[in-house]
Design a binder for this molecule. Structure first.
Ligand code: AMP
Length: 612
């Protein structure tokens, strides 16, 4: 069943047809089109500073010349191990202009896996954010004969293997003095079907696989989003997502195509302050960040006494009714219009002010978004547009549009992307965004992509008659209980997410077992608010999580969940962990997906105890 093209019509098809052949050209065209406009906003000594496109163009050209001076050849890989910051962006663009390809490495990746990625990609240079990243490379040096030089972004030269970013800039300046056209000559040789970036999928199991994304796929992503018309040069994004992940990576390409500015700061804990200071008009997010913001605002609203809490709840209810009417195109009564205006003035506008006051929408991707969270945001006046895609499809292949978003779905496919459902409901995608293949893994590539270009996503979904896609399952995660019944942990986890406001993470377990169990962690903010009203004010998370009252609270939500499940899927027993799962401990991927195998292994004794 291929989706009819009527749903895929872009507002401006010519943007896709005339798209830049490669990322270097996309960037150079942007610098030429709006040299004096703001390109990037970044923190320097705690102050936000700006850089124009023409300044970015000069900085990138110098860095690219430095790479050429260091001997980087067209098509070679240059690795980048850093958190989200201005230098990440400029270095990545410099690699593009030098005709090379970027390999992305998360700063949280352990030394062993960093060694694997650098060797598998045969990277010839590595940019390392700081001494901690350099130390991981030193630990692997013997196994990395291809790595000629390491460039430390914050650190200094060691007079041997490591040079500083300033030294690279000096090399670049010298190169340009001697060969002013060195970089532009390189750019002239880049082709649309050259490798642009090699992104290692963070992988919930096993060794990561290098996903080969070509220039043509990246410029397609940028052009297809631009063609939809929901973003303009006047927008301003706040970018905090890990740039080693494809979602963040693509959010860097959109400004090159469309021309808006990007404020960049990768610190997750600073998002709320940054929203208020930067006042962006949109932001890409993963669902967990939206859940946290929702929990925090609800906790704060309850901290000022019962009267304020009632006013807040009333205002959100009114917002819900008004936006539900708008969604279903039902006329609003005069009474509802009036209440909405009052609710907005007294409460909702103040909540929006916490997000800077200008936010038009969040883009949510990378995992399933609970529709109730999306509805709550809509009720306070901020849209949430959910999208869907994979590293293997250069990020989003589907996205909701402002004009016709449907909550609970991931929207329509991008123009020129085709979708089909296999007999078992697996989503298959074909189009310019699909990867070239897995690096060095021809068999895995042949398994994933058919000879006529269809990519098997491993996700299960349904398409409605208007072409909206719903993601219902993840094929790879299904397990069978000892009773021979299939259980979809992802589906149960997302149902639980929707019915337990105190939840942070949940892992559903039961492969080959008699019954299904769950490991649970609770959201520290939401939990603290509840604990304060249950005689546990000021207690630490660990104490609250292990209290009997907390167990009873979770049990009531488990009961609600069980009432919605098939008998063989119901959670018979659960354990609440005494700390939350984290990226730092490796239990969540940097895009905040649960690493099932690792968590199951690490908390094996708690799981075993559930079957005693
Ligand atoms: P990654 O390659 O890390 O971006 O992961 C891709 C996977 O994330 C997909 O195969 C899906 O399982 C999941 N995913 C991405 N977006 C969504 C979404 N909107 N709803 C549910 N799952 C999603």
């Amino acid at each position: 069943m291929a989706v009819s093209s009527v749903h895929q019509q872009p507002r401006d098809r010519s943007i896709i047809d005339n798209r830049a052949p490669h990322v270097a050209r996309l960037f150079l065209d942007r610098v030429q089109a709006s040299p004096d406009a703001e390109a990037y906003r970044f923190l320097d000594g705690g102050q936000w500073k700006s850089m124009t496109w023409s300044q970015a163009g000069d900085a990138v050209e110098r860095l690219a010349a430095g790479l050429i001076a260091l001997g980087v050849q067209p098509g070679q890989r240059v690795a980048l191990a850093s958190s989200t910051r201005l230098e990440w962006i400029l270095v990545n663009l410099a690699v593009m202009l030098a005709g090379a390809a970027t390999t992305t490495v998360y700063p949280s990746t352990n030394a062993d896996e960093v060694g694997y990625i650098l060797a598998d990609s045969a990277s010839v240079l590595v940019f390392a954010e700081d001494d901690a990243q350099v130390a991981k490379l030193q630990a692997n040096r013997a196994g990395l004969p291809d790595v000629l030089t390491v460039i430390s972004i914050d650190g200094l030269s060691d007079g041997d293997w490591v040079i500083s970013l300033d030294e690279l800039r000096e090399l670049g300046a010298e190169q340009l003095r001697q060969r002013p056209h060195a970089v532009m000559e390189r750019v002239a040789g880049i082709r649309a079907d050259d490798l642009a970036t090699l992104i290692y999928t963070s992988g919930t199991t096993g060794r990561p696989k290098g996903v080969r994304l070509l220039h043509s796929s990246l410029t397609y992503e940028a052009a297809t989003v631009a063609s939809i018309g929901d973003l303009s040069a006047d927008d301003l994004q706040l970018l905090w997502l890990p740039l080693a992940h494809v979602f963040g990576n693509v959010l860097l390409l959109l400004p090159l195509q469309i021309g808006f500015a990007t404020a960049v700061d990768g610190r997750v804990e600073a998002i709320v302050d940054n929203l208020a200071a930067v006042r962006p008009t949109f932001m890409g997010a993963v669902p967990r960040i939206l859940e946290k913001a929702h929990a925090r605002i609800n906790t704060v609203a309850r901290a000022d006494g019962a009267a304020r809490a009632r006013l807040f709840d009333w205002a959100v209810r009114v917002g819900h009714r008004a936006t539900a009417a708008q969604r279903s195109a039902t006329p609003m009564s005069a009474q509802l219009k009036l209440s909405w205006a009052i609710a907005d003035r007294l409460v909702l506008s103040k909540v929006r002010a916490r997000f800077g006051g200008r936010l038009r929408f969040f883009n949510s991707g990378s995992a399933a978004l609970d529709p109730e969270i999306a509805e709550w945001f809509e009720a306070i006046g901020i849209r949430v547009l959910e999208g869907y895609g994979l590293t293997e499809t250069s990020a989003a292949s589907f996205c909701n549009r402002l004009a016709n978003a449907q909550l609970g779905t991931v929207g329509w496919p991008f123009p020129d992307t085709e979708v089909q459902l296999a007999d078992d409901g697996e989503i298959m995608l074909r189009g310019p965004g699909v990867m070239d293949g897995y690096h060095n893994l021809p068999e895995a590539t042949a398994q994933a992509i058919t000879s006529d270009g269809w990519f098997y996503t491993g996700d299960i979904g349904t398409l409605d008659e208007l072409g909206y896609l719903r993601i219902t399952d993840r094929k790879k995660d299904l397990f069978k209980t000892s009773g021979g019944k299939y259980v979809s942990p992802a589906a149960i986890e997302s149902t639980f997410r929707a019915c337990c406001p105190y939840l942070s993470q949940v892992l559903i377990y039961g492969e080959g077992k008699k019954y299904v169990t769950a490991l649970i962690t609770l959201d520290p903010d939401a939990l603290a608010g509840w604990a304060a009203t249950h005689g546990m004010s000021g207690w630490e998370y660990r104490q609250i999580a292990t209290a009997t009252a907390t167990r009873e609270l979770v049990q009531t939500h488990i009961d609600q969940l069980n009432s919605r499940l098939n008998r063989w899927e119901t959670i018979k027993r659960f354990a609440i962990l005494d700390r939350d799962l984290s990226i730092a401990e490796g239990e969540l991927t940097p895009s905040m997906k649960l690493r099932r195998a690792l968590v199951t292994d690490r908390f094996g004794s708690q799981l075993t105890a559930l079957y005693d």
